[in-house]
Structures are given as C-alpha cells and as structure tokens.
Write a protein that binds this ligand. Structure first.
Ligand SMILES: NC(=O)c1ccc[n+]([C@@H]2O[C@H](COP(=O)([O-])OP(=O)(O)OC[C@H]3O[C@@H](n4cnc5c(N)ncnc54)[C@H](OP(=O)(O)O)[C@@H]3O)[C@@H](O)[C@H]2O)c1
Length: 250
C-alpha cells in the first residue's frame, strides 16, 4: 500500500470529521499526511487512538478554530513546513454548527454564528490554503481534476437547497445555501488552476448534530462520501452531490 499526498480536514474531533480520518487511514492509496484540525484539543481521545494505531499514515492533530484568521495563518505555515514543495492536495471544510432555529426563535446572534463558521470560516480556509493547493495542482502528475490531486471539498447539507426547502432549520439552511453559492463561485475561480471544488451532502447522519433519529450511520455516510470523492472529476466541479453520488438540485 503506497500512500502519497496530503489532506486537511476541519472539525475532526467528532462525527463525520472523525470518521473521515478513521476511514482515510485504512484507504488504499490514501493520503500520507492527514491534518486533523479540531476547534479544541480537550476532547480528542478517539482521534488520538486513531493516530496511535496508524502505521503508514501520519496524522497531525492541530487546534484550529475556522473563525480565527490568525490561527488559520499559523496552521497554514505549519502545514507548509511539512508538505513543502508538494503542497496540500485536499482541503475538506467539514466544520459546521446547527443552532436548530426556526422562524420564532431566530436571532441575529445565532444567524451570524452559523454564517461565521460555515461561510466566512470556509472562505478564510480556502483563501489561506489556496496557494498550497495550487502548488499541489502544479506538482501532480494526475491528469484532469481529482480529489487527491488538488481539491476543495465543502460539506454542505440538503437544507441548503432552495428548491427542496422545507422551511425548517432556517438560519442553518440559509448559511448552507450561502456555502453552496460560495462553492460555485470558488469553483469558477480555481478551475483554470486544475483545482476541483465541490459541495457535498453527507446524508442525515447519526452524529451530535444529526441526532440519534437520523437514518444514516456515520460509517455509511463517510464510506459513501469517500466513494464519491474517488469518482469526482472535471465534470463534478461546482456541483452539489450527496454521499450516494446523487446530484442535488440547487
Ligand atoms: N449530521 C447530519 O445529519 C448532517 C447533515 C448534513 C450536513 N452535515 C454537515 O456535516 C458536517 C459535520 O457535521 P457532523 O454531523 O459531524 O456534526 P458534529 O458532530 O456536530 O461535528 C461538527 C464539527 O464541527 C466542529 N466545529 C464547529 N465550529 C467550529 C469552529 N468554529 N472551528 C472548527 N471546528 C468547528 C465541531 O467541533 P466541536 O466538537 O468542538 O464543537 C465538530 O467537530 C457539518 O458541516 C454539518 O453541517 C451534517
């Protein structure tokens, strides 16, 4: 099993982020370096266990709040010092927050909280890491676009679809819709550099956010997402796709 390349994921201490790291470690030809970024480092036992048992994949556990630009720049420099001239192949913007607000209890504070993490945070991450991803695109011998060549993969939600709107989780949905729009804008901006940029829906998943009534286990969601990642190509850039590979209408 030969591992090459590097991947950074935010929100890696739990839920879909943690499971993504777990499955990437076992993926054939998976990344050699995984930068597993967590908002706080006080609840990372599961992540540390994966790190301890990982043999040929190097997991770097890093504290990163996606809303803190100074921290993002420090982490970017840290990642740069490890990947050097190879750049960063894959950025997964997974961190998210859902205040579960509907019309009657919406406030400016909760709307801004969600927007700040999922839209502003994603934009700050992309802007900071784009030079490293461009380097990876230039260095790679892989033709066309691929998730493990140079890619920005944003984790969205079906709630962000305007045409499928059910009028619930209002502020979360509005932020995910904005994230979807941001993704299409960035996909246009980075296309000529050979960088893939896609937005993905993981399903309704049993995590802290999704709750125990969710129909999809986190293992199945991530297994599906990784299969979808592997199939992404130039046709997928700027698209909205779920964990089963089904395209979601905007
Ligand atoms: N579960 C679902 O049904 C579902 C459905 C559609 C989309 N999604 C999306 O999938 C992604 C992962 O969600 P999940 O279900 O795995 O939920 P989760 O278990 O609540 O995980 C969310 C992760 O985001 C992190 N995070 C929140 N704010 C952050 C910040 N400012 N900086 C860095 N990290 C931050 C959390 O860290 P802490 O633990 O420190 O708070 C946590 O690690 C999210 O983008 C979510 O919107 C989930």
């Amino acid at each position: 099993m030969s591992r090459t390349g590097s991947l950074l994921i935010t929100g890696a201490n739990g839920g879909i982020g943690l499971e993504t790291v777990r499955q990437l470690v076992h993926m054939e030809n998976g990344p050699q370096h995984i930068f597993a970024c967590c908002e706080e480092l006080d609840n990372i036992k599961d992540l540390q266990q994966i790190q301890d048992s990982s043999q040929d994949c190097l997991i770097h556990i890093i504290k990163l709040d996606v809303t803190d630009i100074d921290v993002i720049h420090k982490v970017r420099d840290q990642v740069q010092s490890i990947v050097k001239e190879n750049g960063l192949n894959t950025l997964i913007n997974n961190a998210g927050i859902n205040t579960h607000r509907n019309f009657d209890d919406l406030t400016a504070e909760t709307m801004l909280l969600e927007y700040n993490v999922m839209v502003v945070g994603t934009m700050l991450m992309i802007k900071a890491f784009l030079p490293l991803i461009k380097t990876a695109a230039e260095r790679s011998t892989i033709k066309g676009m691929a998730w493990n060549k140079a890619a920005i993969l944003n984790t969205s939600s079906k709630f962000g679809s305007i045409s499928l709107n059910r009028g619930i989780h209002m502020s979360y949905a509005a932020s995910k819709a904005a994230l979807n729009h941001l993704t299409t804008s960035v996909s246009i901006h980075v296309k000529d550099f050979g960088i893939l940029c896609t937005v993905l829906h993981p399903g309704w998943v049993k995590t802290n956010m999704g709750g125990q009534d969710a129909p999809v286990d986190v293992e199945d969601s991530v297994k599906g997402l990784l299969e979808v990642y592997r199939k992404l190509d130039i046709e997928s850039t700027g698209r909205f796709i779920d964990f089963q590979g089904i395209e979601i209408p905007w």
